[in-house]
Design a protein around this ligand. Structure first.
Ligand SMILES: *Cc1c(COP(=O)(O)O)cnc(C)c1O
Length: 392
């Protein structure tokens, strides 16, 4: 008997799917030190440039001085401290929902919400491109689980016709590897006609989208009647860590009573909640970050079209260049790195087979000159890749 890990790892390598972790030797920011090399970073989810903001850092330092470091216990025992509670109240107000519940990670928030709402005899329907944490939550719930075609309300309606029990429709708000928005108006219409609930995970929409950064629901003007379960994460545009579920009084009480990923874990350090209170204030009030970021997105799309790259149809700071083949995506990423630019190649199983891509992300912390450097490097690297293909 043996687990034979060596041959599993060798197979992964042979398929160009082997993962390696770049070692970050500096704080988050447009310029980073990675594996001893200074690089321009176009792969972080720090969309508004708040992860290393001096006021956010100061809030965390003050929080640690006042509240100590460790959360100490789970929320239900003695880990629910005043900063956690204040952050929940601020998140409820921000999202326009009666209540919000704080989690230590988005992965756990998703596991918690889905498993507390549906179980055996119920149905969960998910977009096939949903984040892995949502798909895992669907499997763990024990409900009948089916995936509909990406952003396709007709495909969803067909599956709804066969649904049994309580039915939960789950979708990313902004698709994390594609950058496109869920067609929430259509999804909510179909859901309402069948009495199903809609849960939106807007990890990438909070911050960049909506007039005050309120994400995809603010963008489309959807309230708690249309989207009763709203999830946001705090490690992306908020620049800190953690996640939340926002919704009705009854929804939040149900999670506190029944959601095992909420109950059986230690609360996040209270100082992190102090930092998030500050970053949320900046995210809401400094609208220039959103406006500037939108201008960078428009310039990137214009420049990429001139080079002849096939950008995916995305209005968000997630701007993937579709390549297809994993080895080619890795090669393009390596060519960019030789030119001092860090962009990750995203490969299966994170994305569907044959759809490897470079996932470029922009941040309000990037300067216009840095974006031009990316475009120059993309043009050179793309020419080189085409030449290599012709010679092969
Ligand atoms: C990042 C992400 C998560 C997980 O959030 P963490 O706080 O990083 O665990 C969940 N859903 C989506 C769509 C994400 O992009």
């Amino acid at each position: 008997m043996s687990f034979d890990l060596a041959s599993r790892l060798a197979a992964r390598r042979a398929e160009h799917l082997y993962r390696q972790r770049p070692l970050l030797q500096s704080p988050q920011g447009p310029e980073v030190m990675v594996d001893g090399q200074r690089l321009l970073n176009f792969c972080s989810n720090d969309y508004l440039g708040l992860a290393n903001h001096p006021e956010v850092i100061a809030a965390m330092q003050q929080g640690a001085a006042q509240w100590g470091v460790g959360g100490g216990a789970s929320h239900l025992v003695i880990g629910h401290s005043t900063p956690h509670h204040q952050l929940e109240e601020a998140l409820a107000e921000f999202t326009g929902r009666p209540r919000a519940l704080l989690f230590s990670t988005g992965y756990m928030a998703n596991l918690a919400a889905v498993t507390a709402l549906v179980g055996q005899g119920d149905t969960v329907l998910q977009d096939r491109l949903n984040h892995a944490s949502l798909l895992d939550a669907g499997l763990l719930s024990g409900a009948r689980f089916s995936r509909y075609l990406h952003n396709d309300a007709d495909s969803l309606a067909k599956r709804l016709g066969k649904a049994e029990g309580n039915t939960l429709i789950v979708t990313d708000g902004v698709f994390s590897m594609d950058g496109d928005l869920a067609d929430l108006p259509a999804i909510c219409r179909v859901a309402r006609a069948r009495g199903a609930w809609v849960m939106v995970d807007d990890a990438h929409g909070f911050g960049p989208l909506g007039a005050t950064g309120g994400g995809v629901v603010e963008h489309f003007g959807l309230g708690p009647d249309e989207v009763p379960v709203l999830v946001g994460t705090l490690g992306k545009a908020f620049g800190t860590a953690g996640a939340f579920v926002a919704g009705s009084e009854e929804l939040i009480e149900t999670l506190i009573q029944f959601a095992r990923p909420y109950i059986y874990t230690t609360s996040q350090p209270p100082a992190v909640a102090c930092a998030t209170l500050k970053s949320m204030e900046l995210l809401r009030s400094e609208g220039w970050r959103r406006e500037y970021l939108a201008r960078l997105v428009a310039r990137l799309r214009e420049g990429a079209a001139q080079i002849g790259l096939s950008l995916m149809d995305s209005p968000t700071p997630i701007q993937p260049v579709l390549i297809g083949d994993s080895a080619r995506a890795l090669r393009l990423s390596a060519l960019l790195r030789e030119r001092g630019i860090l962009v990750g190649a995203i490969r299966p199983p994170t994305v569907p087979a044959g759809s490897a891509r470079l996932r470029i992300t922009l941040s309000a912390a990037h300067s216009e000159a840095q974006l031009e450097r990316l475009l120059d490097a993309l043009a050179e690297s793309w020419r080189q890749l085409v030449k290599e293909a012709e010679n092969a």
